[in-house]
Design a binder for this molecule. Structure first.
Ligand code: LLP
Length: 385
């Protein structure tokens, strides 16, 4: 990845920071948009993955819309210049003030996740004197074959409305005069690497569209969410995810006539363009013989390993040594789970060396916290180096 090639230019910068490879992001955006164009698919960027303003500006320039999950994400997208008519807003628990703001903005669709949310939205829309475009987020009951912490579409999940509830309330929902229920939304989970899962998803979507139309709902568009995974193991092998293969699968299996098809990609857009660059503060060996590298980043900059047991490939980008050793890479936070990885094979490492924690562009900075009153990490963009 980029950091190894430009390591000498990174030395002396204040660590830890996120390094963004803007050229890789451009190529990724080019790839997703040209593959989508073939089928006239609409692509939204899931802003929760990373709301860095420089990344957002580029994403906007390539013509993607936004998928947001809170009023503040919606505001951030609007302030970054995204056309409201390309914005969708999902979220299992939207506050009244967030719904009011979304109503004012005239966005493409508010994706509603419960019957009660639809009732409340109808009332707030009436107060605002508007009729609001809405999609029903249906819980598809599907196993995405990913880390259980990030699946979202199984029957027991908190996300979406169950088939039964839609059935029980169909007539009532169709009578909500200030809502224009226009679409179907679902999202089955994240970091999906087995592409055949998307085939199963399409079969489910076909039957849900059928179900909703039989119940009397108009379904003008289907939004199938995001979820395409990236190669955390060896990012160099696949810096740009295979959007074309995913779209081909959807094209071959989704039977929704000439309805618009929307996607909401987060990780696959920005995951590989970001690396967390951190410096080794100290090295030491535990009484049990574990060789520790204590780095100046921690779970406050990148929580994925501590929260989900997620793997990120780590490389020492400044060591000139030939020999390798095995290390456990730990952060500075006062938590025993603040471990980036164990038994990592790295070039012999010393205080002051820089490590790159790769594939950290998605759900890295956006999930950073100020625990232990750490500063939030900075950002360095390849275009400026
Ligand atoms: N649409 C909806 C409704 C979502 O909930 C999500 C992600 C996406 C789209 C984008 O999914 P993606 O293309 O990035 O897979 N923090 C976790 C991931 C949580 C994903 C939440 N929802 C992680 O670090 O793995």
């Amino acid at each position: 990845m980029l950091s190894r090639q430009i390591a000498s230019r990174l030395q002396g910068l204040e660590t830890p920071f996120y390094l963004y490879d803007m050229e890789l992001l451009r190529q990724t955006l080019e790839s997703v948009m040209s593959a989508a164009k073939r089928y006239n698919y609409k692509v939204h960027y899931a802003i929760k993955a990373n709301y860095d303003p420089r990344l957002l500006a580029l994403i906007r320039d390539y013509g993607l819309g936004i998928d947001c999950a809170s009023g503040n994400e919606l505001r951030c997208a609007i302030e970054a210049g995204f056309d409201p008519k390309t914005i969708v807003y999902a979220g299992v628990g939207k506050r009244d003030k967030e719904l009011r703001y979304a109503i004012e903005q005239n966005i493409f669709a508010i994706n509603c996740e419960s019957i009660e949310e639809l009732q409340v939205l109808n009332r707030l829309a009436a107060e605002a004197g508007k009729r609001v475009d809405v999609a029903l987020r249906i819980n598809p009951d599907i196993d995405p074959k990913t880390n259980h912490c990030i699946d979202t579409g199984q029957a027991d999940s908190k996300f979406g409305i169950s088939y039964e509830e839609v059935l029980d309330h169909a007539a009532e929902l169709q009578g909500l005069e200030n809502l224009h229920i226009r679409g179907l939304h679902l999202h089955i989970g994240s970091q999906i690497r087995e592409l055949h899962v998307f085939e199963n998803m399409c079969l489910k979507v076909n039957s849900i569209v059928d179900y909703l139309t039989r119940l009397g709902f108009a379904v003008d568009f289907v939004d199938v969410g995001g979820g395409l995974g990236i190669n955390y193991d060896v990012p160099e092998n696949e810096p740009i995810p295979n959007f074309a293969s995913m779209f081909a699968i959807v094209h071959n299996h989704l039977k929704v006539g000439d309805r618009e098809v929307h996607f909401e990609f987060g990780r696959s857009i920005v995951g590989e363009c970001g690396e967390l660059i951190t410096q080794v503060l100290f090295t030491k060996t535990t009484a049990t013989g574990r060789r520790l590298l204590i780095v100046d980043a921690s779970m406050t900059e990148l929580i994925r390993p501590a929260l989900y047991g997620s793997y990120h490939n780590i490389e020492n980008i400044t060591s000139e040594e030939e020999l390798q050793s095995k290390y456990t890479v730990v952060g500075t936070a006062c938590e025993s789970t603040d471990v980036f990885d164990e038994n990592v094979g790295l070039k012999r490492t010393h205080r002051g060396d820089l490590l790159a924690i790769k594939s950290a562009g998605a759900y890295g900075m956006s999930m950073a916290s100020r625990y232990n009153l750490h500063d939030l990490p900075g950002a360095v963009y390849s275009d400026d180096l």
